[in-house]
Design a protein around this ligand. Structure first.
Ligand code: CO
Length: 640
C-alpha cells in the first residue's frame, strides 16, 4: 500500500477497518446473523517494532472478533491488509464476547416492546406508556446456571423518567428484572421481586434544568500564543524529550505504546505498551434485586466502544489535539468516534524550587505535563482515563470516576444496611471499582527484572544505638508466584523495574518505580460469583513474562465466563521472570461508600498510580527546564 510510512503500532485507519470487513465478507465469513465485535490492529511482534527504522513499512494486519447469533458461536480472525488475505480463522467454543453498542440499543427496544414487561409495568406502577422507561443493558454474569453457560444474556436495569429529558436514574424500577436473550433479542422472562414505589423526588443535573446556576465565576482561559509544544505524525507524538504512539481499540480504549525518553542524545525505551486490561465493579448488597450487580466494563462492555466523542464539548482547557477512534458497528459499518482521544499540555504547579538564602535568588520552575485522555460512558457511569507525562521523567495514570451512581429504590420506611440513601427512597448500594493495568516495560532493552522494595527498621542493638535506623530492602522476584503481592503500608512497599545489565552513574541498575496510589482489598469472598471471574483482584501486583496472547487480566472472554482465566491461570505456571521481558500488572481498587453529595451526579473521584524514574537518570532530568517569564501581580498572565 502506497503512502507515507506509518508507525507499526498506529491504530487501523477507517479505510483499513473497512478493508478487513470487506475481506471477511468476500471470504464468506459473514452471514446475516454475524456481528462484528471488534476490528483492531493486530500488533506486530515486538522485535519487529524495535527494529523499525521508519524507512521500511511493516505489513499491516487486522484482528477481528465476530459472533454469529444464529449459532451462538464466536470467531477470531487475523487478516493481512497488505496481502488481502484472511491469515487465520478460528472458532472459539463456549464463550460470549463483549456486548456491542448495537446490542445495548436493541436490548432496550426489546424490553420496551415486550408484552410481559408492559404487563408487569402496568401491574406495578399502573403505567401503559413505556416511552419514558430507560433500559440499561447490564451484563448477566455467570451464577452457575445452565442458561448462564449456554445463552447470550443480559439482565437490564430499568428506570422511569418523569418527562423526556428528566434524569431517569432518580426513579429506579426496583422490583422488575427483565432477562434478555441477546441472540434472539427477546425478553425470555421478567423476574418480579416485590413492589417498590417510585421515589417521590426529582433531581436533575442538566444545565437547563438546574435553577439558580451560580453567577460569580469569571472566565479562566489558557493561552498558548506560540502553539503547543508537541509534534504529531500520524499517531506518533513527540513532546519535549518524550516520544510515543497513541493507540486505541474497541476493548481497552486508550493505550500508550513505545514510550521513550531522549536522554543525552539517545531515545531510551521505557514502556512498550500500557493499557487498562479489565475492570470490575462488584456491589455489596445481598438482596435479590441487587446481588447480581457487577460490571466488567472492558471485557463485557468494551471501554473503547463506549468512548465519548469530545467534539461537542471538550473536557480540557488549552490547545487540544484530538484523535478519532475508527471502530466498526456490529454489522460491519464504519463507526468513527470523532475526537475520542484528547491531548493537550497542562500547567501543573511547581516542578522544583530552591531559594539560596545567602544569594537571595529563588530558582523556581513551572511543571508542565502532557495529558492524553479518553472518557467512556458505560450506561450510568463515566470513566475518564488520563495518562500524564512529566518533565522529570514521571508517568502517571489516573482514572476519573464520575457520572451517575447505580441506584435502586428503597421502601419509604427503610434505612438501607448495605448502602446509603442519597435522597428520600433513592438507594445507592456500596460497591468497589477495581482496575487492572498492564505495563509492559522495556527499560533500556527488553530484559528487565522486578524488585519488591520494602522499607524496614533495623533491629535494635549496638549497631542502632539511637533506634532510628531503617533501610530499603530490594528483593529481586524470581518467579510469577513469588511476584503475587499486596500493598503494605507498614513497609511503604513499592516495586522497582530494573535493567540489571545497564548501570547508572552510581553503579546501580537503571530503574523505574511503581508508586501505588489509593487502593483497596476486595470485600466479596474468594468464592463470590463475580470474584471467580475477576482473579486479577486477588493481588495488587503481578509479574508475568511477556506473551502476546496474555493481554487481559480476566482472560479474553470474561463475559458470562465460569472464571479462573487470566492472571490466576497464567501465573499458576510460576514461570521465571528474572532478567527477561517482564510485564507488570497493577490492580487498584476504589471502595465507594455512597453519600448524598454523589447525587444526582457524582463529583469526580480519582484513583491511579505513578511510575517514577529511580536511578534511570543520572540526575534530575528536569534540571535543564528554563525559568518562566516573570509576571506582574494582578495582571493577566496573557500577552495582551
Ligand atoms: Co462508584
Amino acid at each position: 500500500m502506497a503512502g507515507p510510512i506509518r508507525h507499526p503500532l498506529d491504530p487501523l485507519s477507517a479505510e483499513e477497518v473497512q478493508q478487513a470487513v470487506q475481506l471477511l465478507r468476500a471470504r464468506g465469513k459473514v452471514t446475516p446473523t454475524t456481528r462484528f465485535v471488534s476490528v483492531s490492529l493486530k500488533e506486530p511482534r515486538k522485535e519487529r517494532v524495535h527494529a523499525f527504522t521508519g524507512q521500511e513499512a511493516i505489513p499491516r494486519e487486522a484482528f477481528a472478533v465476530l459472533f454469529d447469533n444464529a449459532t451462538s458461536t464466536c470467531y477470531e480472525a487475523v487478516i493481512s491488509l497488505a496481502a488481502s488475505q484472511v491469515l487465520s480463522w478460528k472458532q472459539i467454543p463456549d464463550v460470549q464476547p463483549t456486548m456491542t453498542i448495537d446490542e445495548q440499543i436493541e436490548c432496550e427496544q426489546a424490553v420496551l416492546a415486550s408484552d410481559e414487561f408492559k404487563a408487569a409495568l402496568k401491574r406495578h406502577y399502573g403505567i401503559d406508556d413505556t416511552r419514558l422507561v430507560m433500559v440499561d443493558i447490564w451484563s448477566a454474569g455467570n451464577y452457575g446456571s445452565a442458561e448462564d453457560r449456554t445463552r447470550r444474556l443480559a439482565r437490564p436495569l430499568c428506570f422511569l423518567r418523569r418527562d423526556p429529558t428528566d434524569n431517569g436514574y432518580a426513579r429506579p424500577i426496583e422490583g422488575l428484572r427483565p432477562v434478555v436473550d441477546l441472540n434472539t433479542m427477546q425478553v425470555i422472562r421478567v423476574e418480579e421481586y416485590g413492589r417498590w414505589p417510585l421515589p417521590p423526588g426529582e433531581c436533575n443535573y442538566a444545565a437547563d434544568r438546574v435553577t439558580n446556576l451560580r453567577r460569580d465565576i469569571k472566565p479562566l482561559e489558557i493561552a498558548q500564543p506560540a502553539g503547543p509544544t508537541f509534534e504529531v505524525d500520524g499517531h506518533q507524538v513527540r513532546w519535549q524529550n518524550w516520544s510515543f504512539v497513541v493507540g486505541f481499540n474497541a476493548r481497552e480504549g486508550l493505550t500508550l505504546h513505545h514510550l521513550r525518553y531522549r536522554d543525552e542524545g539517545r531515545n531510551r525505551p521505557i514502556l512498550y505498551r500500557a493499557s487498562l486490561t479489565e475492570m470490575v465493579v462488584p456491589y455489596g448488597d445481598p438482596g435479590p434485586t441487587q446481588r447480581r450487580k457487577n460490571a466488567f466494563d472492558v471485557g463485557e462492555y468494551g471501554m473503547g466502544m463506549c468512548a465519548n466523542s469530545l467534539e461537542l464539548g471538550c473536557d480540557c482547557l488549552g490547545l487540544i489535539r484530538y484523535f478519532d477512534a475508527n471502530l466498526v458497528t456490529s454489522r460491519g459499518e464504519p463507526l468513527v468516534i470523532k475526537n475520542a482521544i484528547c491531548m493537550h499540555e497542562e500547567d501543573y504547579g511547581i516542578l522544583w524550587k530552591h531559594t539560596d538564602r545567602r544569594l537571595n535568588s529563588p530558582e523556581v520552575r513551572r511543571s508542565r505535563r502532557l495529558v492524553i485522555s479518553s472518557i467512556s460512558t458505560v450506561e450510568n457511569y463515566e470513566y475518564g482515563f488520563f495518562w500524564y507525562l512529566y518533565q522529570d521523567g514521571s508517568v502517571q495514570f489516573e482514572v476519573k470516576l464520575t457520572g451517575v451512581l447505580s441506584l435502586g429504590a428503597s421502601q419509604p420506611d427503610e434505612r438501607p444496611k448495605y448502602g446509603a440513601l442519597v435522597a428520600p427512597q433513592v438507594y445507592a448500594p456500596n460497591h468497589q471499582h477495581f482496575f487492572n493495568v498492564r505495563l509492559d516495560f522495556d527499560l533500556d532493552g527488553v530484559a528487565n527484572s522486578v524488585q519488591q522494595v520494602d522499607v524496614i527498621p533495623d533491629e535494635l542493638g549496638e549497631a542502632n544505638p539511637f533506634e532510628n535506623a531503617f533501610q530499603a530492602r530490594a528483593t529481586t522476584i524470581k518467579t510469577e508466584k513469588q511476584a503475587r503481592a499486596h500493598l503494605n503500608l507498614q513497609t511503604a512497599r513499592s516495586w522497582k523495574i530494573v535493567n540489571p545489565a545497564i548501570l547508572n552513574a552510581v553503579g546501580e541498575p537503571v530503574g523505574y518505580r511503581l508508586v501505588p496510589g489509593d487502593d483497596s482489598f476486595p470485600m466479596g469472598s474468594p468464592n463470590a460469583w463475580w470474584r471467580k471471574r475477576a482473579g486479577f483482584v486477588n493481588y495488587h501486583v503481578w509479574v508475568t513474562p511477556h506473551a502476546d496472547d496474555e493481554k487481559y487480566g480476566a482472560g479474553d472472554f470474561p463475559n458470562q465466563s465460569a472464571g479462573g482465566d487470566g492472571l490466576m491461570r497464567w501465573t499458576a505456571r510460576d514461570r521465571p521472570i528474572e532478567a527477561t521481558d517482564v510485564v507488570l500488572w497493577y490492580t487498584m481498587g476504589h471502595t465507594h461508600i455512597p453519600r448524598p453529595e454523589d447525587y444526582p451526579v457524582m463529583p469526580t473521584a480519582y484513583v491511579g498510580f505513578l511510575l517514577k524514574p529511580h536511578g534511570f537518570f543520572n540526575l534530575n532530568p528536569a534540571n535543564d527546564v528554563p525559568p518562566s517569564p516573570k509576571k506582574v501581580a494582578g495582571k493577566s498572565a496573557c500577552c495582551h
